[in-house]
Design a protein around this ligand. Structure first.
Ligand SMILES: [Zn+2]
Ligand SMILES: [Zn+2]
Length: 219
């Protein structure tokens, strides 16, 4: 599904596997990047959807990980192997992926375990900027749902696109959620005044008003 000229949905519960959180593709010229990787059970479908968007899997340069949870990360190894992409995650969540922590990554909730997964680029700063073709993509730490939860923002066709994958939470002690951080992060997301929100489980919200109302509903 095309969201803008630079953004496609290539995975999710109805696009790749019922357990997958949404997977988005950012495209500019010959360069592309993924946002999250699903559980891995639908990787072949994700790859087909990338090709349907007119992108060669080998042109996927990065996979940005919004947070460590299994429904967003179980597919990282498979996608890295098939595309050669570099996996990017905030350092506070990278450790749970590299250790293969099945509790904090919520793999146990899915009745499975987390395969230890190497993170190629660990973001330590509150904000790190990446280039995908002509696009500038900001990777911004927005903790609460998990310690290293992060969002991505970019401008596409004059519109601010926000990839905020688990805006809705939930908050849970086994996930190392922190309510105060979560509230602060939601307030930060509101301040971005985004035109389009690409969410992990609730789909895509288009229009500043709809985006604002969705985020506010969790405050
Ligand atoms: Zn999550
Ligand atoms: Zn999720």
């Amino acid at each position: 599904m095309k969201i803008t000229g630079n953004v496609y949905t290539v995975g999710g519960s109805s696009d790749s596997h019922p357990s997958d959180a949404a997977i988005y593709l950012i495209v500019s010229g010959d360069s592309a990047a993924l946002v999250d990787a699903g559980t891995g059970q639908g990787t072949e479908r994700v790859l087909r959807n990338i090709e349907k968007a007119g992108v060669r899997p080998a042109d996927v340069r990065y996979c940005f990980v919004t947070h460590c949870h299994y429904d967003h990360t179980g597919g990282l190894e498979g996608l890295r192997k098939k595309t050669g992409c570099l996996v990017v995650a905030h350092e506070l969540d990278a450790r749970y992926l590299e250790e293969g922590d099945s509790e904090v990554t919520a793999a146990r909730w899915y009745g499975t375990y987390m395969e230890p997964t190497k993170i190629d680029i660990k973001v330590a700063d509150p904000r790190q900027t990446f280039t995908v073709g002509d696009l500038t993509v900001d990777f911004i730490h927005a903790p609460g749902h998990s310690p290293g939860s992060s969002v991505l923002t970019m401008l596409s066709e004059g519109k601010t696109v926000l990839f905020g994958q688990d805006v809705h939470g939930p908050l849970d002690d086994t996930l190392r959620s922190v309510r105060g951080d979560y509230v602060k992060s939601l307030e930060f997301l509101l301040s971005l005044d985004a035109d389009i929100l690409c969410e992990g489980h609730f789909g895509v919200y288009v229009g500043k008003e709809k985006v604002r109302r969705f985020i506010e509903s969790f405050l």
